[in-house]
Design a protein around this ligand. Structure first.
Ligand code: GLY
Length: 388
């Protein structure tokens, strides 16, 4: 398809959310294209890939929990289908998670989380410190208890992005390597996107799936501009040499002095340690302070990590939304849909987002499970408040 021929769907943003949207749309017979200077990049290149619907449950997020669980349930079939289509293994590990407490405050916090999980009908088991160490012998002797959550797994987001890119190519999705500069609106509907350099890409429907950048596209009317903001996360990667394996057998996490820290062990020896959460605008600098805090907190949980080679430090931007939930589906502007604002749950919500957007693109409506996440829940007034 040449850039002058309109596509049925043009997805702005080639991160995992944009790619899954384009892939699912193409599978439904739509001529889909993705506009991104580096498709397959974005926050997935930094994310640890925890599928943590249960351990990342927060008060007031029960509606989001439903969508998170729906997506977690889809993961086994999703990765199997991606594997069949592409031959890629995306590192989906049914490893479970252990959330531990180091002091009385942490333990009280975890007890609260446990009670909330039970009220929400979720499975988790309270363990003593000794039971935690029996499961994970590398844990510090000071661990005072923990929550075992066997249903929270992991995937490797970099491998997921690479597989989705191949799946898109095999499904006939056209990849335009360019920056989106301005949405074109004509006759009261979105009609395409002007790219940097001057090319215009016409489309019947445009999906804005540009992660934390989604609120910045010129030409989007204020009333439908997504209220997303960047939330910086610094993440470290260490390598467990073969004689140490298995260093940890499941994801281990905790809240240490109010900050979340998690250690995600991959089957290939990579150990991902994350993540800071910083409201600092577009800054993606890795700071000595961020690295220090992550290593200090991770070391309190698992003292042996200081022996490991530190192989990578990186920062990414989560697309935060006002209620921490994604914005999915049609907006108040005909022809413009959103798939953004996934905040802490972009990797987890990838399968359900693809299904929801494909449904919306072909029917004009959101499926039942996604109705609470309509972008229309944010009225024009609050949209304006968010972007000033
Ligand atoms: N879900 C993990 C994070 O956002 O850091």
């Amino acid at each position: 398809m040449s850039p002058t021929r309109p596509s049925d769907v043009l997805v702005i943003g080639g991160g995992i959310i944009g790619l899954v949207t384009a892939w699912r749309a193409a599978q439904r017979g739509l001529r889909a294209a993705v506009l991104d200077p580096e498709p397959g990049g974005g926050a997935a290149q930094v994310a640890a890939g925890m599928l943590a619907a249960v351990t990342e449950l927060h008060h007031g997020e029960q509606t989001l929990l439903g969508l998170n669980l729906a997506s977690a349930r889809r993961y086994p079939d999703f990765v199997a289908e991606l594997g069949e289509v592409t031959g890629h293994d995306v590192g989906y590990r049914r490893c479970g998670t252990l959330a531990v407490a180091l002091d009385a405050d942490d333990r009280a916090h975890l007890r609260e989380l446990h009670a909330l999980q039970r009220r929400s009908g979720l499975e988790s088991e309270w363990l003593s410190g000794r039971e935690c160490r029996r499961l994970e012998p590398m844990l510090a002797p000071g661990v005072r208890g923990g929550l075992r959550v066997d249903g929270d797994h992991q995937v490797d987001p970099r491998r997921l992005a690479a597989a989705l890119l191949v799946a898109c190519e095999r499904a006939g999705v056209v990849l335009h390597h360019a920056w989106a500069e301005r949405l074109e609106v004509a006759g009261g509907r979105a009609t395409g996107v002007h790219a940097r350099g001057g090319t215009f890409f016409a489309a019947e429907q445009v999906v804005l799936a540009a992660g934390s950048l989604s609120g910045r596209l010129a030409g989007v009317p204020d009333a439908v501009r997504p209220p997303v903001r960047p939330v910086k996360g610094q993440v470290l990667r260490l390598t467990v040499p073969a004689p140490y394996a298995p260093f940890l057998s499941r994801t281990v996490r905790a809240v240490v002095r109010g900050s979340h820290v998690y250690l995600v062990p991959r089957a290939n020896g990579e150990l991902v340690v994350g993540a800071t959460s910083e409201e600092q605008g577009w800054d993606t600098v890795v700071t000595a302070g961020g690295v220090y805090e992550l290593l200090r907190d991770a070391h309190e949980l698992v003292p042996g990590i200081t022996e490991l080679p530190l192989t990578e430090t990186r920062a990414g931007l989560r697309p935060g939304s006002p209620d921490n939930a994604p914005l999915l589906g049609p907006t108040g502007l005909d022809g413009l849909l959103l798939a953004t604002g996934h905040y802490r749950n972009g990797v987890l919500l990838t399968p359900v987002t693809g299904d929801v957007l494909a449904h919306a693109l072909t029917s004009g409506e959101l499926p039942e499970e996604a109705r609470p996440f309509t972008p229309r829940r944010f009225g024009a007034v609050s949209l304006l408040e968010q972007v000033v």
